[in-house]
Design a protein around this ligand. Structure first.
Ligand SMILES: Nc1ncnc2c1ncn2[C@@H]1O[C@H](COP(=O)(O)OP(=O)(O)OP(=O)(O)O)[C@@H](O)[C@H]1O
Length: 445
C-alpha cells in the first residue's frame, strides 16, 4: 500500500485468498477522498462475477465517502450501462470486451482523467488463451491518459512478468509474498488415482462422504468443459445432492443467481468450469474437487485457491488418471509441494460404479434431447461475427477442408489396401513357389 500511496506503479503477487483486493481498494479510496471526481479509477478483470465482487468491496470500503461505482460486463443491458457511465461514477469495474464495445460505440463518457488503472488477475488478462483480450485492451488503453498509476495483481504474476512490465512502465514496484510454496499452508492437497471410467463413482462417493460427515459443508467441483459441467450437475441432482452449476454457456442472469444461491448456502455443491476458478471469494467453501487434472499448474493454483482463504483450512482433491501423471508432476514442481494420496475404501466406490455410470448415460441422453449443442453452434456463430468473420463462409471453408481431409484419408486407405494386396499376392506367390520346390525335391528324391 505505501508505494501505491506514493504514486508508484505496482505489481502485487500474493497467494490466493490473502487479501489482494483490499490492498488495491484501500489506497484508491484514500486517494479518492483527497480529490473526489469521476471517473477516477478503472478496474479490469477477466470474469463478470469477479467484477461484481470487486465492485462490492469498493462499495463497502468506500461507503463513508459515498463512493459511486459502475459495473460494465457482458451479458447485461448495454443501454443502462451507458447511462451509468455517463453519470461519471468514481470507479468503473469492467470486463475488457464489454468496456471496449462501449468505447467503440459511444462518446457519452470520458476516461481521459483516470488516475488509476487496475488489472486484477493481470496475467489472465494479458495471456492469449481461449479468450484473448488483446484487441479489447488495446482499445481501452488507447483512451486512457499516459499519466496514471497502473496496478497489476494476481496470485500467479511471475509467469508473465515480462509482458506485464510493458503495461506498468513507470518503474513498477514489485511485491511478491516471500514463501517457498505457491499455495497456502492451510490447504490440504490430495489426489486420487483412478481410471477414467471410475472417476464419477469416486466423485459421488466423496460428496456422499462429506455430506455424511459434516452438517455444514460446501464444495466446488471443477470440470473441463461446459457440457461436462452440465452433465455432472444433472447427475449429482439425480443423487439428491443440492447442486447448482456455473459455466459460460448459461445466461448471465442465471450465472449471477446461481452464484448468489451457492454463496448463501441454498445449494451446497457448485459444479463449475474455470469461469469460477479465479478470484471468487466464498468463505464457506471447505473442499475443492478437480474432476479433471488441470493442464496448467497456474489453473490448479487458482482452482484450489477457492478454499483455505484468509487463514481458514481447506481440502483439495484432484482426480488423476494414468494419463495425467505428468501433469501432476509439473503442478508439484511449480507449487513446491507434493500432493498426498486421499484414502478411499475402493470397495465402497465399486459398489456404486454401475449405478453411477448408468445415471451418467441417462443424463447424457437427456442432455442430447435438449438444445444444448445447438446453443453451442449459436454461440460459435456469435463469436465469429464478433471476430469480423462470416459464419456461413467459415462453415463452408470448414466443410471444404473436411472434404479434402476425408478424400485424403480415403486415398491413403486405398493406397494402403493396394500395398497390402500386393504384399499378400507376393506372399502367396512365394508360398506357391516354395510348395512347388518342395514337390519337385520330393519327386527328384
Ligand atoms: N486484513 C484482513 N484480515 C482478515 N481478512 C481479510 C483481510 N484482508 C482481506 N480479508 C478477507 O480475505 C478474503 C480474501 O481476500 P481477496 O478476495 O482479496 O483475496 P485475493 O488475494 O484477491 O485472492 P485471489 O487470488 O483468489 O483472488 C476476503 O474475504 C477478504 O475480505
Amino acid at each position: 500500500m505505501p508505494p501505491i500511496l506514493e504514486g508508484r506503479d505496482c505489481m502485487g503477487c500474493a497467494k490466493t485468498g490473502s487479501g489482494k483486493t483490499a490492498a488495491f481498494v484501500l489506497p484508491v479510496v484514500q486517494k479518492l477522498s483527497e480529490d473526489p471526481y469521476g471517473i477516477f479509477c478503472l478496474v479490469l478483470t477477466p470474469t463478470r462475477e469477479l467484477a461484481y465482487q470487486i465492485a462490492e468491496q469498493f462499495r463497502v470500503l468506500g461507503k463513508p465517502l459515498g463512493l459511486k461505482d459502475c459495473i460494465i460486463v457482458g451479458g447485461m443491458d448495454m443501454v443502462s450501462q451507458a447511462l451509468e457511465l455517463s453519470k461519471q461514477p468514481h470507479v468503473v469495474v469492467a470486463t475488457p470486451g464489454r468496456l471496449a464495445d462501449h468505447i467503440r460505440s459511444s462518446d457519452t463518457f470520458s476516461m481521459s482523467r483516470i488516475q488509476f488503472l487496475i488489472m486484477d488477475e493481470a496475467d489472465r488478462l494479458l495471456e492469449q488463451g481461449c479468450t484473448d483480450f488483446t484487441k479489447d485492451l488495446e482499445t481501452i488503453l488507447g483512451i486512457l491518459p499516459a499519466k496514471r498509476q497502473t496496478l497489476l495483481f494476481s496470485a500467479t504474476l511471475t509467469d508473465t512478468l515480462h509482458d506485464l512490465k510493458n503495461i506498468a512502465m513507470n518503474k513498477p514496484f514489485f511485491w511478491e509474498s516471500k514463501s517457498e510454496t505457491r499455495t497456502v499452508e492451510e490447504l490440504d492437497q490430495r489426489y486420487i488415482l483412478t481410471p477414467e471410467k471410475v472417476k464419477d463413482a469416486y466423485l459421488v462417493h466423496l460428496i456422499q462422504k462429506f455430506t455424511d460427515e459434516h452438517d455444514d459443508w460446501s464444495i466446488i467441483v471443477f470440470t473441463n468443459t461446459c457440457k461436462d459441467c452440465q452433465i455432472l450437475t444433472m447427475m449429482m441432482r439425480e443423487f439428491n445432492f443440492p447442486t447448482i452449476s456455473l459455466h459460460s454457456r448459461m445466461k448471465q442472469k442465471q450465472r449471477f443467481a446461481n452464484l448468489a444461491m451457492f454463496k448463501a448456502s441454498v445449494y451446497k455443491l457448485l459444479i463449475a468450469t474455470d469461469v469460477a476458478s479465479r478470484g471468487l471469494d466464498i468463505p464457506t467453501v471447505q473442499v475443492v474437487i478437480n474432476h479433471n487434472t488441470p493442464g496448467l499448474p497456474k489453473i490448479y493454483i487458482h482452482r484450489v485457491g477457492r478454499t483455505a482463504r484468509a487463514g481458514r483450512n481447506g481440502v483439495s482433491i484432484t482426480l488423476v488418471t494414468q494419463y495425467d501423471i505428468h501433469l501432476v508432476q509439473s503442478i508439484e514442481a511449480q507449487i513446491q509441494t507434493k500432493l498426498k494420496e486421499y484414502p478411499v475404501v475402493e470397495k465402497e466406490v465399486l459398489k456404486i460404479l454401475t449405478q453411477v455410470n448408468v445415471t451418467r448415460r441417462q443424463c447424457e441422453i437427456k442432455l442430447e434431447s435438449t438444445d444444448f449443442d445447438e446453443k453451442k453452434e449459436i454461440y460459435k456463430r456469435k463469436e465469429l461475427i464478433l471476430e469480423g468473420k462470416d459464419p456461413d463462409l467459415e462453415a463452408k471453408r470448414k466443410a471444404e477442408l473436411e472434404k479434402i481431409r476425408s478424400h485424403k484419408k480415403k486415398f491413403k486407405l486405398k493406397i494402403q489396401e493396394s500395398i497390402d494386396k500386393q504384399k499378400r499376392g507376393q506372399l502367396k506367390k512365394k508360398l506357391m513357389k516354395r510348395k512347388q520346390m518342395k514337390k519337385a525335391g520330393k519327386t527328384t528324391a
